[in-house]
Design a protein around this ligand. Structure first.
Ligand code: UD1
Ligand code: CA
Length: 462
């Protein structure tokens, strides 16, 4: 085995995030459907580190519980929050006995690519530096720490609030992402003082300390400054989200998906779409959603955590969550498919139809103004306009079962639990309170009565 230094990761996420003006911790605000810190942790994982510690403080419990799905994290608490240098120091006990390279990430810098992180590790290790700072050259450096060089070498980092007007002109900025040699790191961090505009212990001050100690400090400048964008405000949150969306849309278009207007199309990173599917403007595809080939998703549709087959048409303004849809299906416009709606191949769901916990069998149709809940509907069933499964009696939910080839007339109520047999008919306007045998016709309305001349009599009374 070659002697590859270990890698450890620390993610800073204890700050209040004052500038985002939120009751929620900043690092939990979503970028492309997941908390921004989840993007950071995904990048960290690509380095296959020995350990990942997250420094939490402000609303620590909220951050911890939001990250419960990420295995193998160590949480360390920073209380009070005295700055980024102080935050790193809090991770010292978690790293006792560890050696090699520490990668320091910021919970509010979510776009860093795994390739850039790996390049940072490689450069830091081959140059045997004590610290390597990831930097970028940007047009608008406002708000970032500036890299002050003497000659070629980085001399120190100065924060915006402590910078002279000349230093503010510097366009090379600190990304807040670093590689450190763990050897001697925490002793040096303890040397950081807080005599500055914010009275905080600034981690970037380590650069000047290492220079004084004669230890090697390096920089790595990223080619694409978008990668190191930090999120401090809602405006920056929107900008970063747009960059992630653009990347996703570009990938999908490169793989054969038509996106008519990428600027108004919102597709989470976790979504997959097969070739020749067309996505119209103003569509949101979220969470663990998969969409097959040759589908057409029209404007205003929102699809969340759902599986959709091939050649499916989703017409305008459908909301589809936690649903499964087969192939050659048509949905909408204005349909609502939710929890465990399961629409099989060649079925059709029309306007103002809601499905919940319901199987709509192959080739079956429910085209207008219908609620189907807790139902198992066979193949080639016709569900007429205005059909309602009365699945809830105020206490518990009950099942409706409809056999293959049945015909449910318009404006029928199916009071569950109830079973309609294969090929049975339910007359229009029937309230079905008991099972209907296969092949039978159920009717419940009384005979029609016409009162001759009624309208004229009414008019005369007035
Ligand atoms: C920091 C850098 C700045 C850099 C910028 C890049 C410092 C002093 N400045 O500034 O040079 O250009 O990032 O985005 O480091 N945090 C804690 N505990 C604290 C303070 C902060 O955990 O006591 C965390 C925050 O939650 C955040 C990260 O550290 O995730 C950065 O803190 P923030 O206050 O956003 O620093 P910036 O002002 O952006
Ligand atoms: Ca920041």
């Amino acid at each position: 085995m070659p002697d590859v230094p270990e890698i450890h990761v620390v993610v800073l996420a204890a700050g209040k995030g004052t500038r985002i003006k939120s009751s929620r911790p900043k690092v939990l605000h979503h970028v492309a459907g997941v908390p921004m810190i989840a993007h950071v942790l995904e990048g960290a994982r690509a380095l296959r580190p020995r350990s990942v510690a997250v420094v939490v403080g402000h609303q620590a419990d909220a951050v911890k519980s939001a990250l419960a799905g990420h295995p193998g994290l160590t949480f360390v608490v920073q209380e009070p929050q005295l700055g980024t240098g102080h935050a790193l120091l809090m991770a010292e006990p978690a790293l006792r006995g560890a050696g090699g390279t520490l990668i320091l990430l910021s919970g509010d810098v979510p776009l860093l690519s795994p390739q850039t992180l790996q390049a940072l590790v490689d450069r830091h290790q081959t140059r045997k530096a004590a610290a390597t700072v990831v930097t970028a050259i940007v047009d608008a450096p406002h708000g970032y720490g500036r890299i002050v060089r003497s000659g070629e070498a980085m001399a120190r980092i100065v924060e915006e609030k402590d910078a002279t007007p000349e230093e503010r002109e510097i366009r090379e900025i600190n990304s807040g992402i670093y590689a450190f040699d763990l050897d001697g790191l925490f002793d040096a961090v303890r040397g950081i003082a807080s005599e500055n505009a914010q009275h905080e212990y600034y981690l970037p001050d380590l650069v000047a300390i290492y220079r004084r100690l004669g230890r090697g400090v390096e920089t790595m400048t990223v080619a694409n400054p978008d990668e190191i964008r930090g999120i401090n405000s809602r405006g920056e949150l929107a900008q970063v989200s747009r960059i992630v969306r653009q990347q996703k849309n570009d990938e999908l278009m490169a793989s054969g998906v038509t996106i008519e207007d990428p600027a108004t199309t919102y597709i989470d990173r976790s979504v997959t779409i097969a070739a020749d599917t067309v996505v119209h403007p103003c569509v949101s595809l979220e969470g663990r959603t998969t969409i097959g080939a040759g589908c057409e998703i029209h404007s205003g549709a929102r699809v969340v955590n759902s599986q959709i087959g091939d050649r499916v048409t989703i017409l305008n303004h459908c909301v589809i969550t936690d649903a499964t849809i087969g192939s050659d299906v048509s949905i909408g416009p204005f349909a609502h498919l939710r929890k465990d709606a399961d629409v099989r191949d060649r079925a059709k769901v029309g306007n103002f139809v809601e499905l919940k916990h319901t199987v709509l069998g192959g080739g079956s149709k429910a085209m207008h103004l219908t609620y189907l809940g807790d139902a198992t509907i066979g193949q080639k069933v016709n569900v007429g306009a205005g059909t309602i499964t009365c699945n809830y009696d105020g206490v518990s939910k009950s099942q409706t079962v409809i056999g293959d080839g049945a015909f449910i007339g318009s404006d029928s109520q199916l009071v569950a639990p109830v079973t309609i047999g294969q090929g049975a008919y339910v007359g229009s306007g029937t309230t079905v309170r008991g099972d209907v045998p296969a092949g039978a016709l159920a009717v419940s309305a009384g005979a029609q009565r016409n009162i001759e001349g009624w309208v004229d009599k009414k008019k005369k009374k007035k």
